[in-house]
Write a protein that binds this ligand. Structure first.
Ligand SMILES: [Zn+2]
Length: 453
């Protein structure tokens, strides 16, 4: 009897011991989690305006919504495990006609002046040729008088040489500067632009681009429309008989159209209606005032991951010594870690592809693309629609990779950018006064978007 009791006693104290150590570990974990969070949440991300050049622009800092997929990141530079890999998929992402239109638009920048801006700084930030910037600003001293809210629009050639610049002082006072030889000329004949509001309606008879052009919309305008609705409407899914109506504010210089602003657009796709209406903040919303933009997760992982190799457009190849850009970020994660899509989108590539190994490319709207490489398993198929946070694969060590890791890229307008710092759309709707103003605007604009039959 006595022995039995003693045994039970020993067993009890044996059982108790691990509970305390688990509790201790938990407390330590909680302690570090609490320490970590403020650092992560308060982080301000700077927008690299020219993704190829990693400049830090202090006066355009915006806090970025990191989303649910937030993970704790530890900079890998100080860590000894370096994973070197090559991430060149064999499969190129095929471009369509809409991409070409958006690409064409790429050399033209529209910019709204904010506090502290100087023309010199703005243009250099956008990588405009330094000599052109110097020439323009020294030739026309009045360009020092930029005011907050005024619009600038400029075009460069492929080598970043400035071709022309429009300075909209007010709706009917626009100054145009055009390059002529090495100098710029102020075009005085067409200084006064006249704003014309036009309503254009059309029906899909073959495909949107062809029918939009036929109805009188320019490529630039088609680009603006597709970007405004990119998260709501898949333009490839428009069908014969679908209808669109567009309200534009066009800036005319005689017969020449110099600038267009999309005020509102409506698409009737089958029985569904899609609207985009411009609000006073310069962004587009649906008729309920809900945002038309879409948020992204900053990272394609659900759990903490170490960055083993940063985005680096000027990385030197460890073997050849030549510049071999690292177009993404490497996360050191063990084989089999779930990989999540950072946003809603369509899978465009899902296959084994050269040194990238098992490779997934997802297209989000018109301007964004993400890629995921060296996967152990691919869980999606090309053409499949995926939701933000959906598991698309398991990380691995396939292709040319020296250790298990996930290589993740973000492309904006077909250019790779740093996914950890890039300016990503923030999903927020209108509230309060601005919502009321918007509702009133929708009331007056909606009847003008009606179709006749
Ligand atoms: Zn990589």
């Amino acid at each position: 009897m006595a022995r039995k009791i003693e045994n039970r006693h020993i067993e009890k104290s044996k059982v108790k011991f691990p509970y305390f150590s688990i509790l201790g570990v938990l407390l330590v974990v909680i302690f570090f989690t609490v320490l970590w969070r403020p650092l992560n949440l308060d982080r301000t991300v700077y927008i690299p305006l020219n993704p190829q050049v990693e400049t830090t622009v202090n006066n355009t800092s915006v806090p970025v919504n990191i989303g649910e997929g937030q993970v704790e990141l530890v900079d890998g530079n100080s860590n000894s495990t370096v994973i070197e890999s090559s991430d060149e998929p064999e499969d190129e992402i095929v471009k369509d006609d809409l991409d070409k239109i958006i690409d064409e638009k790429d050399n033209t920048v529209q910019y709204t002046i904010v506090r502290g801006d100087t023309l010199h700084d703005i243009l250099l930030r956008y990588n405009v040729n330094r000599n052109d910037v110097y020439e323009l600003t020294s030739q026309f001293k009045q360009l020092a008088n930029l005011r907050i809210g005024q619009q600038l629009m400029w075009t460069t050639d492929d080598d970043h040489n400035l071709q022309n610049l429009n300075w909209t002082i007010s709706s009917n006072n626009i100054r145009m500067y055009e390059k002529s030889g090495n100098k710029f000329v102020e075009n005085s004949e067409t200084v006064e632009g006249i704003l014309q509001e036009v309503v254009i309606k059309g029906e899909i008879k073959s495909n949107f681009i062809a029918d939009a052009r036929k109805s009188g919309l320019t490529s630039t305008e088609i680009g603006i429309i597709t970007r405004a609705l990119q998260w709501r409407l898949d333009f490839k899914r428009l069908q014969i008989g679908d209808k669109f109506s567009v309200i534009l504010s066009r800036e005319m210089h005689g017969d020449r159209l110099s600038n267009s602003q999309l005020l509102a657009v409506r698409f009737k796709n089958g029985s569904k209606d899609y609207y985009a209406v411009l609000a006073d903040d310069g962004k587009y919303y649906d008729i309920n005032g809900d945002s038309l933009s879409q948020s992204f997760f900053r990272y394609p992982l659900a759990k903490k991951a170490r960055v083993s190799s940063q985005f680096n457009p000027r990385r030197l190849h460890p073997v050849t010594g030549k510049i071999a850009p690292h177009n993404g970020v490497d996360f050191a994660v063990s084989r089999g870690t779930p990989v999540l899509s950072v946003g809603n989108g369509e899978v465009v590539i899902a296959k084994y592809s050269g040194s990238a190994g098992n490779y997934i490319a997802i297209r989000h709207g018109r301007q964004y693309m993400t890629t995921y490489m060296h996967l152990d398993k691919i869980l999606v198929k090309p053409g499949q629609q995926v939701k933000q946070g959906e598991q698309i694969g398991l990380s691995g060590n396939t292709g040319r990779s020296t250790g298990p890791h996930l290589h993740f890229e973000l492309h904006i307008n077909n250019k790779p950018v740093n996914p950890l710092t890039a300016n990503l759309p923030i999903d927020e709707g209108l509230t309060g006064k601005s919502k009321n103003a918007f509702v009133a605007k929708v009331k007056s604009i909606k009847p003008r978007l009606e179709f006749n039959n």
